[in-house]
Design a binder for this molecule. Structure first.
Ligand SMILES: Cc1ncc(COP(=O)(O)O)c(C=O)c1O
Length: 386
């Protein structure tokens, strides 16, 4: 087979306008904690219809911040999906809590809502329940039905929407509006809907959560009334919690603002590429990837490698040899040592996740990918699977 110039599975799209915006920010008086960050937060909250947005230096920091805002304690339980990146529930592990995983719907890769409902009825802890769900590959979970399955008013829902800026729920609202959850988290890593290099944000409609998110981002420092009473000195501050510095810079915010202008274009291009895969490749893909309301984040095919007398590893290597990058999203979280060394043999409880894990392969898909490159990927896959 002929060798191609390397086609990665994902890549950022940076324009001249993006570079101009970053340059302008770099020459301004404040290169961190300034007006551009505030404008980016306002643009994000306006876009999705939430009251508040707080940006962070990564999606992982933003997720940790959301658990902090939710006041996660060792007595709480965290119920989540095994089909995600560790940051979805990393804060639980950091507190010594082993998350309760719920099996997925193997057609979408998302948490199975009926199984989630059952899990919520199961064993309770002394504390509250935090549910963290991921809109996998940008395919939105039906959050209205998720919310209807919760009967404990103390429950806090965090949406990991790292893949889903630009997606809409079946109920019509934008992912991030926080109508059915307390907080939604985005990531601006280079392969996400838009990028700031590294970066993330938490959206919320709740002022107290908003305040705690900002506290977490800024070393737990409190400066303003009414949170500090009777101490009006200009340079006075109090440290309420020892966290860390997790601010986004002004030039990152400038990049984010500039990228946001092209979000719709990015979405259209990705949907177009996804529909070409579905049209020309006789392989099952996750359901909903090319739907109008999905911001197609990754092109996940479900391949019966055994039937084709190969393994995923061998198949990926053969594609790599001819210049095509692929990836696997995700190795089930319960299979990683951080969990499996404490709870052995857990995979038997997750037949859907296990089946998905056997077959899933992420194919190249990114905004600057040409139809020609995509057709070459399709031809190569067809030849290898013949
Ligand atoms: C589902 C999910 N959650 C969280 C994150 C963490 O985001 P970041 O890389 O910005 O820290 C990622 C990024 O890979 C992700 O894919």
């Amino acid at each position: 087979m002929t060798h191609l110039k390397f086609i990665p599975y994902g890549r950022q799209s940076i324009s001249e306008e993006d570079m101009g915006a970053v340059k302008e920010a770099l020459f301004s008086d404040f290169i961190t904690r300034g007006e551009r960050t505030e404008s980016f937060e306002k643009a994000l909250s306006d876009l999705v219809g939430a009251k508040y947005a707080v940006t962070f230096n990564s999606g992982s920091s933003a997720l940790n911040a959301s658990y902090f805002a939710a006041n996660l304690t060792v007595a709480d339980r965290v119920v989540t999906t095994p089909n995600s990146f560790i940051a979805t529930c990393g804060a639980a592990f950091q507190k010594g809590i082993l998350p309760t995983f719920v099996d997925i719907d193997k057609n979408t890769g998302n948490i199975d809502l009926s199984l989630l409902k059952e899990a919520l009825r199961g064993k309770k802890t002394r504390g509250k329940t935090i549910i963290a769900v991921t809109h996998f590959a940008g395919i939105p979970i039906d959050m209205r039905s998720l919310e209807r399955g919760i009967d404990d008013p103390e429950t806090i829902v965090i949406e990991d929407a790292a893949h889903a800026l630009g997606s809409k729920y079946v109920s019509g609202e934008a992912v991030g509006c926080c109508l059915y959850s307390q907080m939604t988290v985005f990531s601006f890593h280079p392969l996400k809907s838009i990028t700031t290099g590294e970066g993330g944000a938490v959206l919320t409609n709740d002022f107290n959560l908003y305040h705690r998110l900002k506290l977490y981002r800024n070393n737990g420092i409190e400066r303003e009334a009414p949170f500090i009473k009777g101490k009006e000195a200009l340079s006075y501050y109090e440290v309420k919690e020892a966290t860390s510095n997790m601010h986004l810079t002004e030039f990152q915010a400038a990049l984010g603002l500039s990228q946001l202008k092209r979000l719709k274009l990015f979405q259209e291009k990705r949907r177009h590429l996804m529909s070409l895969y579905e049209k020309h490749l006789d392989l099952p893909f996750l359901k909903g990837l090319s739907d109008k309301e999905t911001f197609c984040h990754i092109a996940v095919a479900l391949i019966d490698f055994k039937k084709h007398k190969t393994t995923r590893d061998e198949f990926q290597n053969r594609l790599k040899e001819i210049g095509i990058g692929t990836q696997m999203h995700y190795i089930p979280l319960y299979r990683h040592p951080v969990f499996s060394e404490k709870r052995k043999g857990f995979h038997h409880f997750f037949p859907n996740m296990e089946e998905y894990y056997e077959k899933a392969l992420t194919l190249p898909l990114f905004v600057d990918m040409s139809d020609k490159d995509l057709m070459q990927v399709i031809d190569s896959i067809k030849k290898l699977l013949r």
